[in-house]
Ligand binder design. Structure first.
Ligand SMILES: [Zn+2]
Length: 362
């Protein structure tokens, strides 16, 4: 990790990535007005069909986009339905509903954390077990507030729940493979490829530049996270300079659940090697660091150097749970030989994705 201190004219850049801010404030119940209405994995008529609704079915809607699609959840997966075939029934933000039946969530993962507020920054109240159900009392972005057995309330990440409860009857079970491991659907993950443009980062053997390796890795990691259902935001997507301040600003601009900065290491002694993960604050960032480092230890052939507390700006000035990973030494000939293979890049990406899964499942 090499930080560039000199003042540089920053080229204005635009992320080209926009997340819909049209989040519904209330959970609405809609009734299906046509038979055989398709449920799709994203808001498009060309998106894969993941279920079917029948006339008279009711679904809970968490978001309506500008193009006539509404978002619901099933089995922890985001699901979209064309709104033209739906009619609005009632608002169910309050605990009581017009049907007299409370809306509820079903927990779909083991030991899911219940928090004091609607993000992973909030403290953990308790853990709840798989298949338990709780009445919904409120909703904020991708989080729901539920009433616990003792009468108190707490917040749960929507992607760890089945939101449809018994009032929906989506007839087709959703993608089998997502049942084995928790889906990352609904999670906003910022991937930060270290350095870029005039800032090359570390310079390795054979003039391999850290900024190029971090970009390569970021693309592989982003693809695997998207395959797992996450929304991925990159702080850069090509070889240009982005200030450290702008990198943390990207994290603040989105409802970021996890921020991961990717780096490669360097040392004047060519035999120094290994993978290490840095975190700044205890709690969530520490837990994230622990999980990701553990998975990288098992998914890659490189030595594990463990986790450590560090004050790198991108993780220090970050509101989201954030870590910085050093994925090996480009000054170590043995490690560089690994690092430059597609297999190593896949191993690293798998390790990071699994680490994030474990972190969310806690
Ligand atoms: Zn670096």
């Amino acid at each position: 990790m090499r930080i560039l201190f000199s003042s540089i004219v920053i080229t204005l850049f635009s992320l080209g990535l926009m997340i819909s801010s049209a989040l519904a404030e209330d959970i609405e119940t809609y009734e299906v007005g046509s038979s055989n209405l398709n449920v799709r994995s994203s808001p498009s008529h060309s998106a894969p069909i993941i279920g079917e609704l029948q006339k008279g079915d009711q679904i809970r809607v968490f978001e309506e986009n500008a193009f006539g699609w509404v978002k619901t959840y099933f089995g922890g997966e985001e699901a979209w339905v064309a709104s033209q075939y739906l009619s609005k029934q009632s608002s169910t933000t309050a605990a009581t509903t017009t049907t007299g039946q409370e809306d509820q969530v079903t927990i779909i993962d083991n030991d899911v954390r219940v928090r004091t507020g609607p993000s992973t920054d909030h403290g953990i109240i308790k853990q709840v077990s798989k298949n338990s159900t709780y009445p919904i009392v409120n909703q904020s972005n991708d989080w729901v507030e539920v009433k616990l057995d003792d009468g108190s309330t707490g917040w749960i990440a929507m992607w760890l729940t089945d939101m449809n409860g018994e009032s929906a009857s989506i007839s087709t079970p959703i993608v089998e493979q997502s049942k084995n491991t928790s889906s990352l659907s609904g999670a906003n993950i910022v991937i930060d490829p270290g350095h870029g443009g005039v800032d090359p980062g570390a310079i390795g053997l054979n003039n391999i530049l850290e900024k190029d390796m971090t970009m390569t890795t970021a693309n592989v990691v982003a693809q695997k996270l998207r395959d797992a259902g996450a929304t991925v935001i990159m702080t850069r997507d090509n070889d240009y300079y982005v200030s450290l301040e702008n990198r943390t600003q990207v994290s603040r601009d989105y409802n970021t659940d996890v921020f991961i900065s990717l780096h490669y290491n360097a040392h004047s002694a060519h035999n120094v090697g290994g993978i290490e993960t840095h975190y700044y604050t205890g709690g969530n960032s520490y837990e994230l660091a622990k999980e990701v480092q553990a998975e990288l230890d098992s998914s890659t052939p490189l030595r594990g150097r463990g986790i450590q507390q560090s004050a790198f700006q991108v993780i220090r000035e970050n509101n989201a749970p954030s870590i910085l990973v050093e994925l090996g030494f480009i000054t170590n000939p043995n490690e560089l030989a690994f690092i430059q293979t597609q297999e190593y890049q896949n191993n690293v990406a798998n390790g990071i994705v699994e680490g994030i899964r474990h972190y969310f499942a806690q």
